[in-house]
Structure formats: structure tokens, C-alpha cells
Write a protein that binds this ligand. Structure first.
Ligand SMILES: [Zn+2]
Length: 309
């Protein structure tokens, strides 16, 4: 836990202390946040994606004048960002999907608070995740989006491995979530979450692993490419802008995420939006929008696999 997380969640923490339920409620206040974004360390190799740094909702790109057209500007390896969903590249591929948290975590603080390996030390097994002001839990959200994503990928011929197949048990712990993708020799893996930041923050961000002397050192470059393609396709399919409160243009390199540090297969963690923001929450509680989120993730995974060959 970092200063930033504790500062952000100060009011929730005070409430938890008053309620005498410190363990569970402090966990409920956040979602995988903590380390300050190492924005200065992130550079974006895809030139085409650097022109959309605004936090306004995704707007159609201005049509370049013929004289300004740059045939090579589309650096996303042929990624199709809009139009019919083309998931041909996922056929025959093993894809690991990790729906964050588990609604059973709320009732088992001792189990989810135990320390587990996280690549550079230890941290809590898992957390409860956050929720909307209306009470829609992050664990339920991630499980729904993950199942929508799995259905899309399976229909396109992918071999999908899920880190959990119910929303009423405990965990698994973050190290086990990584191990499931590793053991499956997944071609690509993704964790699905939603954030619990202050209500003024909105938009999505993609966490990617930083090189920290952990097993993920071997997949840093691939995971960065995956992060960029998930970002671009998710934004295009959902209209949700990149976060206005964390990361740089939707990308947030992290050193403290066990599920990323321990991955030996290309992996990112998507925070689909901020559940404490009214606009984001309205989409997260809407099944039609959750389907768009799943489609955006699927398109990003397909674009990555198409480029990876
Ligand atoms: Zn989360």
C-alpha cells in the first residue's frame, strides 16, 4: 500500500476504523491501486497512438488532408479498431482471463489478507475490490465482463482458461492467478478490474508490468504491446476515455502487482473504469456497455495475437 492509496482512501479508512471493520473495508476501498504511476518511465513506441492524449470521450479522428496523409501512421500492426469484430487471430490460441477479486472474499478476510509471493516480496492474497455507490460489486462486474469475453473468444475458436469460474468463493490468490496462465502456456493473459478512485476521476487505464527482477522480466516488451492494443481497441469500442487521474494516456506501468510480476506469459491488467464515478458506473452497470467492454478487450487480444503471429 502506498501513500497515494492511503491518501485517496482516507475518508473510507476513517469510516472503517469507526465501524471496527478495518480489514475488510479498507480492502474494499481500492482496487489494485497504490504505486504512483511511473509516467516518466513510460514511452510509447507506437507513434500513431500518441496523438490522442486528451481525456475527452473518444472522438472520431479528424480526417487528414491528402497532403498530410501519412500512409505509415497506422502503426497498430493492422489492428481494426472499429467495424465488425474480427477475432480470427484468436482461433486455436490459449487465452487466460482473470476476473479480478471474488465476491466470496468479503466473508473471508483472514484468507485474503494472508501474505503470498508477488515476485519482489509478498503481499495480500487478494482484496475484496471496490463497488459503485449503488452497491454493484467490482467482483460481480469483472466476472460478468470476463464471461462475456470468454464467450466471444470461444466462439472464435480460442481455448479460454479462467482463473475463477464462480463469484461466491474465495480468491484465488494473485500468485495463483498468475500461475494458472503460466501453467496453461497461454499466448496472452489479461486481468479484468474496475477502479475505486475518487468520484471526480473517470476513464480506464491499463496496467503493464515493469522490469523489477521478477518472472515478468521476460515479457515486458510483449506486455507493453498488448497494453497499447488493449487500450486502443477498448477505447474505440466503448467510447470510454483514458483515465484523467492516473497513468499516461491510459497506460500505467506497475512494479507492485503480483499477478503481473509473476506472469511468464504476456499480460496486462485493465481497470475498465472508475466505479465511484457516476458516468463510468452508469456504463459498468449496463449490460449493453459491458458487452462493448468485452468486445473491446477481445479486439485488443486479437490485434495482439495477429501481430505476434
Ligand atoms: Zn480490482
Amino acid at each position: 500500500m502506498s501513500v497515494r492509496r492511503w491518501g485517496r482512501d482516507h475518508r473510507q479508512l476513517r469510516a472503517a476504523l469507526v465501524a471496527g471493520a478495518l480489514a475488510v473495508l479498507t480492502l474494499a476501498a481500492g482496487c489494485g491501486r497504490g504505486a504512483a504511476a511511473a509516467d516518466a518511465r513510460w514511452s510509447e513506441p507506437l507513434a500513431a497512438a500518441s496523438s490522442d492524449a486528451s481525456t475527452s470521450p473518444a472522438a472520431p479522428s479528424p480526417t487528414p488532408s491528402p497532403s498530410a496523409a501519412k500512409p505509415s501512421a497506422s502503426a497498430n500492426a493492422g489492428a481494426v479498431l472499429t467495424g465488425p469484430l474480427n477475432l480470427a487471430a484468436v482461433s486455436g490460441k490459449v487465452i487466460a482471463i482473470d476476473p479480478g477479486h471474488n465476491d466470496g472474499n468479503f466473508a473471508h478476510p483472514d484468507e485474503i489478507n494472508k501474505q503470498v509471493p508477488m515476485g519482489t516480496g509478498t503481499k495480500e492474497c487478494d482484496t475484496t475490490g471496490t463497488q459503485t455507490n449503488g452497491g454493484y460489486h467490482e467482483a460481480a462486474f469483472t466476472f460478468d465482463v470476463a464471461n462475456r469475453l470468454a464467450a466471444l473468444l470461444r466462439a472464435a475458436g480460442a481455448n479460454v482458461v479462467m482463473t475463477r469460474t464462480d463469484d461466491n468463493s474465495v480468491g484465488p490468490c494473485v500468485n495463483v492467478r498468475a500461475q494458472i496462465g503460466n501453467d496453461a502456456h497461454a499466448a496472452v493473459a489479461i486481468s479484468i478490474h474496475a477502479d475505486g478512485a475518487p468520484s471526480t476521476g473517470h476513464g480506464f487505464h491499463v496496467m503493464e508490468p515493469m522490469k523489477v527482477g521478477a518472472p515478468s522480466d521476460a515479457i515486458i516488451t510483449q506486455s507493453n504491446q498488448l497494453a497499447l492494443l488493449i487500450r486502443d481497441n477498448y477505447r474505440a469500442r466503448t467510447g470510454i476515455p483514458a483515465s484523467n487521474y492516473i497513468g499516461t494516456n491510459g497506460i500505467n506501468p506497475r512494479s507492485d502487482m503480483g499477478g503481473l510480476n509473476l506472469s511468464t506469459v504476456p499480460k496486462v491488467l485493465l481497470e475498465c473504469g472508475n466505479m465511484r464515478n457516476a458516468g463510468d458506473a452508469a456504463m459498468e452497470t449496463n449490460p449493453t456497455d459491458r458487452q462493448k467492454m468485452a468486445e473491446g478487450i477481445a479486439a485488443g487480444l486479437a490485434a495482439y495475437l495477429a501481430a505476434a503471429g
